[in-house]
Design a protein around this ligand. Structure first.
Ligand code: 5GP
Length: 222
């Protein structure tokens, strides 16, 4: 199949907040020329250095609502009081026009919607080394109040529950290893041969990674 006639695959990456998924996703897109980032729409204000059309499409609440009414989103969710959504076009253009795979870095409610709507999507869950390390990282940053940290940890616990419908899991204990694992999964699924997919699943299947993480005390905070 030529590059142009190929239709790409969507890869959904989710993680409890604070796991470092943005860093992992950005590195993967930089290193794999056939992988593009899905550019979401959001009502939140741009942060310093973020550019509309590159990091996000920044829109007003009214614009977001009219896209929802026009059924322009594949999935959308609210997070931290703002709206986020993946438009149909955000996937169609890279996947169909360019034959590239797409990486969606989204939160878990949106991932659950995609699970129902896109049979072609592959789901990769990133785990922190442990919930204790996640808590230490959040407290160590010193930017949030104790209450805000407790709220984030509550969100992280709920996000962790979504792991059950993911295909793959990777523990983000060492950045380079995590990036290689995600790229390995993507290239196996892209190649599509049964042997390649089975090898990737053997190494990174959600069930076994999650079980090992739990038995190593990953979910514990004390
Ligand atoms: P942030 O405001 O920090 O960029 O993102 C907040 C959360 O929204 C992150 O968990 C991010 O992955 C998620 N997010 C970003 N874009 C989308 C999207 O299009 N859909 C959904 N459901 N979540 C998104």
């Amino acid at each position: 199949m030529t590059e142009r006639s190929r239709i790409g695959l969507p890869f959904v990456v989710a993680a409890p907040s604070g796991t470092g998924k943005t860093t992992v996703c950005r590195a993967c897109v930089q290193r794999d020329p056939r992988l593009e980032f899905s550019i979401s729409h959001t009502t939140r204000a741009p942060r310093e250095g973020e550019r509309s059309g590159i990091d996000y499409n920044f829109v007003s609440p009214a614009e977001f609502r009219s896209m929802v009414e026009a059924a322009a989103f594949l999935e959308h969710a609210s997070y931290g009081g703002e709206n986020y959504g993946t438009s149909i076009e955000a996937l169609r253009i890279p996947m169909e026009d360019r034959g590239h795979d797409v990486l969606l870095e989204i939160e878990v409610q949106g991932a659950a919607q995609l699970r129902d709507r896109r049979r072609d999507a592959r789901f990769i869950f990133l785990l922190p080394p442990s919930m204790k390390v996640l808590e230490q990282r959040l407290r160590g940053r010193g930017t949030d109040s104790a209450d805000a940290i407790d709220r984030r940890l509550g969100v992280a616990d709920r996000e962790l529950e979504a792991i059950r419908f993911f295909d793959y899991a990777v523990v983000n204990d060492e950045l380079e290893r995590t990036i290689s694992a995600v790229l390995e999964i993507i290239s196996a699924e892209r190649e599509g041969s049964q042997a390649a997919v089975e090898a990737a699943r053997a190494r990174h299947a959600r069930e076994s990674v999650h079980t090992a993480w739990l038995s190593g005390g990953g979910a514990r905070r004390d």
